[in-house]
Design a protein around this ligand. Structure first.
Ligand code: SAM
Length: 285
């Protein structure tokens, strides 16, 4: 176990910095003052972060730390932090480590006795979820689905039983293929496309997966999050066992076969012929 207050003691601390997902005025003022004080900025893309920092008139040496060099770069960042230098890490947009590099850097820092803190900011998935109108009590963050269709369908099949609202990231050139795969596997559930969040052309397109998959491709430009309703009880339907148990209750209550079948069919919203088949199998053999 390890327990240490982040802002007390002498151990070095890496700051993660969340950055705007479109609207630059969402840059957290606390993040700006931490960045003013830092010695180095490690970044997923030093050119993009360089532009962001020059907008805020912050000039610091950059260290590149992206998907393909995160391990080597982490070693250098850890050395700097251990030598007493201050280092911050930012990805291209939103939260580092959320569908972005950063989680390996955090893990390596913690293994090396370096504390980690974050300057909060926007996150595309949570912005979309909050405005979706779908249940927010429980949600599953999926991020990007695999680009290969067979792998995408396989992953979506694993998500079918989840009752939590689902959050997906997608790029404009794959959005329609993804919506079609979703409709085919998850069924025609309610869904929302949240497009260009925090930007001038922010848009929420609300409908069902089939409706969204029929949208014209050229109307789906820019950055997008797809929020999909979790599995609902109406999509589930009762199992044969549940129907047999309900029939037994009705029969034990004293109803005759025909009457019990009609009651269970009505109460459970299941076709009479299915209840009848289960009745024959369970009580007449
Ligand atoms: N780390 C980021 C976060 O915290 O949200 C996510 C980075 S991920 C590489 C980029 C994806 O996030 C995009 O493909 C899109 O699905 C989503 N995204 C980012 N900015 C967005 C925006 N302004 N509007 C809608 N979706 C956005």
């Amino acid at each position: 176990m390890n327990r240490e207050l982040n802002f007390e003691g002498e151990s070095p601390l890496l700051y993660l910095i969340a950055t705007p997902i479109g609207n630059l005025s969402e840059m957290n003022p606390r993040a700006l003052s931490v960045l003013q004080e830092t010695d180095y900025i490690a970044a997923e893309d030093t050119r993009n972060s360089g532009k962001l920092m020059s907008f805020f008139k912050i000039s610091k040496p950059f260290i590149s730390c992206h998907e393909h060099n995160e391990e080597e770069s982490s070693a250098r960042i850890i050395e700097l932090l251990k030598s007493g230098k201050k280092v911050c890490y930012m990805s291209d947009a939103g939260y580092p480590a959320i569908s972005d590099p950063g989680s390996r850097l955090v893990a390596r820092c913690l293994e090396n006795g370096i504390k980690v803190s974050i300057c909060s900011g926007p996150n595309a998935g949570l912005n979309a979820l909050a405005c979706s109108g779908l249940p927010t009590e429980h949600f599953h963050f999926e991020g990007f689905l695999p680009a290969k269709e067979s792998e995408r369908i396989a992953r979506l099949n694993e998500l079918i039983p989840l009752q939590d609202t689902l959050i997906f990231y997608e790029s404009p050139h794959r959005i329609l293929k993804t919506l079609i795969s979703m409709a085919a596997t998850l069924g025609d559930r309610k869904a929302v496309i949240a497009r260009e969040l925090t930007k001038a052309h922010e848009e929420f397109i609300r409908g069902t997966l089939v409706e969204l998959s029929l949208l014209p491709e050229d109307s789906l430009r820019g950055e997008m999050v797809v929020i999909v309703e979790g599995k609902t009880s109406s999509q589930e339907g009762p199992t044969d066992n549940e129907i047999a148990l309900a029939l037994r209750d009705e029969l034990e209550f004293g109803r005759k076969g025909k009457e019990a079948i009609a009651t269970v069919s009505r109460n459970m919203n299941v076709p009479k012929n299915r209840v009848y088949d289960i009745y024959l199998k369970s009580f007449k053999q």
